[in-house]
Design a protein around this ligand. Structure first.
Ligand SMILES: *Cc1c(COP(=O)(O)O)cnc(C)c1O
Length: 385
């Protein structure tokens, strides 16, 4: 599963990617430039800096770091994952264009595509990503791109990018992948034929539950188009958010590897418990996407789903008894969290619609942190008892 690549490894890139200062007296920690104004050269529009333009000093440092980690020509940091998805797609699509999107999407993304895009004349068709030839059958003359999430929030299904990128290359479409759940440690979609990558930096990239942000990756000319959208739609991040994100990134590789290991141990433990009816973790050999996960992922991730044998009724009592895991909606940070998608990202769907997306009522989503796996398991055990 480990890919051989030339150049520095991900841990080195996480600390130094994009270049770090080496001059005498330069600070080792990047200086925070908490300023929205920078002195401008007289009689020139060249190089005007303004944080909303995505060219503040802290934004530029973290953008270079992220591009190096993802193996992309360029990266742009935006004010949220949703901001990244919106501006990333607005830079790609025009009124009259058609977008094919996976029906397995983060709740906010689904609303953006199905409710907002219709009002600006962008037609979206949702496709079951596991239906064979489903994408091809729904392609039209106006289709410009395919958008999907892999691994999928919250079901932890893994959509294999390889056959889809074959189709997009053959048909001249752009393949856009939201790989928030994996981070570049576990999946680098460009290596599997994606053209554009989107991530919520709020999750693994920052990893400490204290920054809201998003990233779009792609070719330099495309990133410039996204930057133009960000400037006028106003989705730029604050300098301090960029600084925190850059600091968080330094430990990305060690954090995510620990989370991968912890999640695998928790998943195996849960699979042996009679109080747990089902475990959704792509690292388990009986997971429906285990083979695809082995082929495209470098690690199976820190996210897993469980269904308790007592169903939704038992979930409430279980959540109240947990002592380390806390009940909170986000994911990907150093603290272990648990959430119920029916009350968070998927609250606007009916029970039947959720079940069809692989998230039946009673489904609990665990975001595994960097605590000791033995303590996490002991916490789950005492709460199940
Ligand atoms: C959280 C999330 C988003 C949205 O990110 P925000 O930073 O909350 O705007 C998009 N996609 C996925 C897969 C997510 O988990």
């Amino acid at each position: 599963m480990v890919k051989k690549e030339r150049g520095p490894g991900l841990s080195t890139l996480a600390v130094h990617g994009g270049g770090t200062d080496r001059e005498t007296d330069a600070p080792v920690a990047t200086a925070l430039h908490q300023s929205v104004n920078f002195i401008q050269e007289i009689s020139s529009a060249e190089g005007m800096r303004y944080p909303r333009y995505g060219n503040g000093p802290n934004a530029e440092v973290v953008q270079r770091r992220l591009a190096a980690l993802e193996g992309a020509e360029g990266a742009l940091v935006l004010s949220s994952g949703m901001g990244a998805t919106a501006c990333g797609l607005l830079a790609l699509l025009r009124p009259g264009d058609h977008l094919l999107a996976s029906s397995w999407l983060y709740g906010g993304t689904r609303r953006l595509l199905t409710e907002e895009f219709a009002t600006i004349g962008i037609d979206v068709t949702l496709v079951d990503p596991m239906e064979s030839r489903g994408w091809r059958k729904r392609m039209r003359k106006q289709t410009r791109a395919i958008f999907l999430e892999s691994p999928v929030n919250p079901s932890c299904r893994v959509v294999d990018l390889r056959p889809i990128s074959y189709l997009t290359h053959e048909s001249g479409l752009a393949l856009v992948v939201d790989s928030t759940f994996a981070s570049p440690v576990n999946l680098r979609p460009i290596e599997h034929g994606a053209d554009v990558v989107i991530q919520s930096a709020t999750k693994y990239l920052n990893g400490h539950h204290d920054v809201l942000g998003g990233v779009v990756y792609g070719t330099a000319p495309y990133i410039e188009e996204v930057r133009q959208k960000m400037m006028v739609w106003g989705q730029a991040p604050d300098p301090f958010a960029c600084w925190l994100l850059e600091r968080g990134l330094k430990t990305l590789d060690v954090r995510v590897r620990r989370q991968n290991d912890n999640a695998m141990r928790v998943a195996r433990w849960c699979a042996d418990r009679k109080e747990v009816r089902r475990v959704h973790y792509p690292g388990l050999t009986d997971h429906p996407d285990h083979e695809a996960a082995r082929a495209i992922l470098d690690g199976f991730g820190g996210m897993l789903g469980i269904e308790l044998s007592g169903g939704a009724k038992m979930a409430d009592r279980f959540l109240r008894r947990l002592r380390i895991f806390r009940h909170a909606p986000s994911l990907g940070g150093v603290d272990s969290l648990v959430s119920e998608p029916r009350y968070t990202s998927h609250t606007h769907l009916t029970s039947e619609e959720r079940a069809r997306l692989g998230v039946p009522d009673g489904f609990l989503r665990l975001s595994i942190g960097i605590e000791d796996a033995d303590d996490l398991i002991a916490d789950l055990e005492q709460a199940l008892r």
